[in-house]
Design a protein around this ligand. Structure first.
Ligand code: GLU
Length: 473
């Protein structure tokens, strides 16, 4: 007998790939990799109205981006209807399922006020055959309980009295989720079902079906992982919260940072470390240690993690990861510009949390004329017009013949400031706006050295001209 675990990730392609799906996929993948088992990908595309080919592609792209490679599949439920039909026929033959011709309206009309809503078993003993508008229902044993043995939640009991005879095949002939899910898990030899907590309420139904269809196959172990919530403790929702994995990719999050953040949603290593590489995750992750309470999906923390991973990149890797952003920017890809970019890159790497911030931070270095941010101009130049003019003019004179390195620039601006009774930071401010267009940004002297004396002098003189005009107004 094969003791290696077999797990599956079974997304339904009904929307953008969700960060919650990514967390479920990761937990499955880590479990399989740690125990040298198999990670299977199964697309649960039985809901024809809500599935779209681009959502399926989104699933493959997301898993590939994260590096969560699958060992088998992708299987598609839409190609496996024969199997579900066979299982349904078996249930009919055994007397575990029956056809029902009640419409939704019929069921609602018969419901007694204050009674548990749901189907009342009207067609249970009618012995109806198949026919149009007839759905197939599973006969839930009226008494007793079904226990879900959950690795994370322990034994969770569900009384049969709380279930109606649920539909397993729609009147249109399509299988209902829970039937297809059970048939596939049995057929694929799944040993552990790791999935979101929202599936816990349907699990007893799955177990009842399993026992009726596959009495000889052991029921898989379950592990329902906690919900993801936003800062208001509401369940993460596609409409309200930023949940599409693709958006994170497009903003310049790194897959490694995303994986590291996701693994901490419901689990933490024993020693409280937070930054873990993939090997450490594989070695240390354990389903038994996953906790019960909802996990807060904290975008700020994810962003902070991403910054850590960006700073940890080599300059070379950082530069090559910036390429897609460079390609879509206004920066011309001349060899000069690329060289300037590679000089700025180590400074930028220390200061961004997502790669999408890189281009705005370096754009000033690539145009002849810098675009001045008006607020910065007001705050750092105009507010003290005369002083600013003195700083700019004196700098221009000094910079003409200065050794063009960080130390000399630093020293000379310090001196200019001292003569005017100013601290370096104040003196720097107007030069920074004149040269970079903004009052915040990369280290000033390094940037000046990189973009070169000529451009710096040009920009200082432009600022002087503008300031003189504004002084005379
Ligand atoms: N197809 C289900 C979903 O996307 C998952 C079912 C399961 O993992 O058992 O939510």
């Amino acid at each position: 007998m094969n003791h290696k675990p077999r797990v599956r990730f079974a997304p339904s392609p009904t929307g953008y790939f969700h960060v919650g799906g990514a967390r479920t996929a990761l937990f499955n993948w880590l479990f399989a990799r740690k125990l040298k088992g198999s990670f299977i990908l199964r697309i649960e595309d039985t809901d024809e109205e809500r599935n779209k080919p681009e959502w399926i592609k989104g699933i493959y792209d997301a898993l590939n981006w994260l590096g969560l490679n699958w060992d088998e599949g992708p299987y598609r439920q839409s190609e496996r209807y024969q199997l579900y039909k066979k299982a349904a026929d078996k249930l009919i033959e055994q007397g575990n399922a029956y056809y029902c011709e009640c419409s939704k309206e019929d069921v609602a009309a018969r419901a007694l006020p204050n009674s548990t809503p749901g189907y009342d078993g009207f067609c249970r003993d009618k012995n109806l055959g198949p026919g149009p508008k007839r759905a197939l229902r599973f006969k839930v044993p009226p008494i007793g309980v079904t226990v879900v043995d959950d690795i994370i939640r322990g034994q969770v009991e569900f009384a049969h009295s709380s279930f109606e005879d649920f539909i397993i095949v729609k009147s249109s002939g399509g299988p209902i989720f829970v039937l297809a899910n059970v048939v596939d898990d049995a057929d694929m030899g799944i040993t552990h079902i790791i999935r979101g907590e929202e599936h816990l309420p349907t699990t007893p139904k799955a177990i009842l079906l399993w026992k009726a269809i596959y009495p000889d196959i052991p029921i898989p172990r379950y592990a329902h992982v906690p919900l993801l919530v936003n800062e208001k403790r509401q369940k993460l929702s596609k409409r309200r919260d930023p949940v599409a994995l693709e958006d994170y990719k497009n903003q310049g999050y790194l897959p490694e940072a995303m994986l590291n953040y996701l693994v901490l949603l419901g689990w933490a290593p024993k020693d409280g470390r937070e930054v873990l590489n993939l090997d450490e995750m594989i070695n240390e992750f354990s389903l038994e240690e996953v906790n019960l309470s909802p996990s807060f999906f904290d975008v700020k923390k994810l962003r902070h993690f991403n910054g850590i991973y960006i700073r940890d990149l080599s300059d070379k890797d950082f530069i090559s990861l910036c390429e897609p952003w460079l390609n879509t920017s206004k920066i011309e890809k001349t060899s000069n510009n690329l060289e300037t970019f590679s000089k700025l890159a180590p400074l930028v790497k220390q200061r961004v949390e997502v790669l999408g911030q890189v281009i705005p931070m370096v754009e000033f270095a690539f145009a002849d004329e810098v675009e001045i941010d008006e607020k910065s101009w007001q705050k750092s130049v105009l507010k003290n017009k005369d002083l600013s003019l003195a700083i700019l003019s004196e700098s221009f004179e000094k910079f003409l013949h200065l050794d063009w390195d960080v130390e000399s620039l630093h020293k000379s601006l310090e001196e200019i400031g001292q003569n005017l009774g100013l601290k370096l930071s104040k003196t720097q401010a107007s030069i920074r706006v004149a040269i970079t267009g903004n009052s915040v940004g990369l280290p000033l002297f390094d940037s000046m050295v990189i973009i070169g004396r000529d451009i710096c002098l040009l920009r200082i003189s432009k600022a002087i001209e503008r300031l003189k005009l504004e002084l005379s107004d």
